[in-house]
Design a protein. Structure first.
Length: 235
């Protein structure tokens, strides 16, 4: 069956933070009276984020979702700083941190993002984002100038399911009455993106910019431009 749509993960695939997460957390923490090492916070973030509950709130609607998103991140940041003792100004710190990562200039595009999206649109593909993110993603993508490249942006906190749950992929497919075999999903997580999409019946493609992934499990690409060769071969 002909491929009709390409789905993309967002953070780590299309966009990245302008400076390392650990550095941003540590710089703002120092401003609020907490001295921590960026490399330690980077590792704490990795561990705590990977073990956190899904960023999804089944049954929640409207304004309630934004409050739940903020609380989800607040609990995660509390967990990250747990080993460092009392954080006297934590609430103000978290508010500034949450706002910082809502700003488009705190993020940047990977160098291959714009060219790849434009080439895929020229080929007539439906392009969507499927991301385990929150409501801040839309203004970020808009501020970076790429939101118009996508027919839809599907966000876990709004859909009620997070990757690798099949429901989030099914929700994206349903928007355009696509069959799973008509869509390819690209992302940097072996479990959430490549395995999750494959389990839902899509073609899962792992974006492995480091070149360290085990390549016998999924189709892998080293950069977004390699997607063009994949889709051209499928035609």
């Amino acid at each position: 069956m002909a491929l009709k749509a390409i789905f993309f993960d967002a953070a780590g695939t299309l966009i990245k933070t302008t400076r390392p997460v650990g550095e941003s957390y540590a710089l703002l923490a120092k401003k609020h009276g907490m001295e921590v090492l960026p490399e330690e916070i980077r590792e704490r973030f990795r561990v705590c984020f990977s073990s956190a509950p899904p960023l999804a709130f089944p049954g929640a609607e409207g304004r309630e979702i934004k409050g739940l998103e903020r609380q989800w991140w607040k609990e995660l940041v509390k967990k990250i700083f747990e080993p460092y003792g009392q954080f006297a100004d934590f609430d103000n710190y978290f508010s500034e941190l949450f706002h910082y990562f809502s700003k488009p200039d705190s993020w940047s595009l990977y160098p291959d993002t714009v060219e790849t999206l434009a080439a895929l649109r020229e080929r007539g593909f439906i392009l969507l984002v499927i991301s385990n993110f929150d409501s801040r993603l839309l203004p970020i993508l808009n501020g970076l100038g790429i939101v118009s490249q996508f027919e839809s942006v599907v966000i876990s906190s709004q859909v009620g399911f997070a990757k690798p749950a099949p429901e989030i992929f099914q929700a994206a497919l349903g928007l355009y009455r696509l069959k799973p075999e008509e869509a390819l999903h690209v992302g940097d997580s072996p479990d959430k993106d490549a395995a999750g999409a494959s389990a839902a019946g899509l073609t899962g493609v792992l974006l492995d910019r480091s070149g360290r992934a085990v390549r016998d499990s999924f189709q892998c690409v080293r950069n977004l431009k390699e997607i063009l060769s994949l889709v051209d071969r499928s035609e």
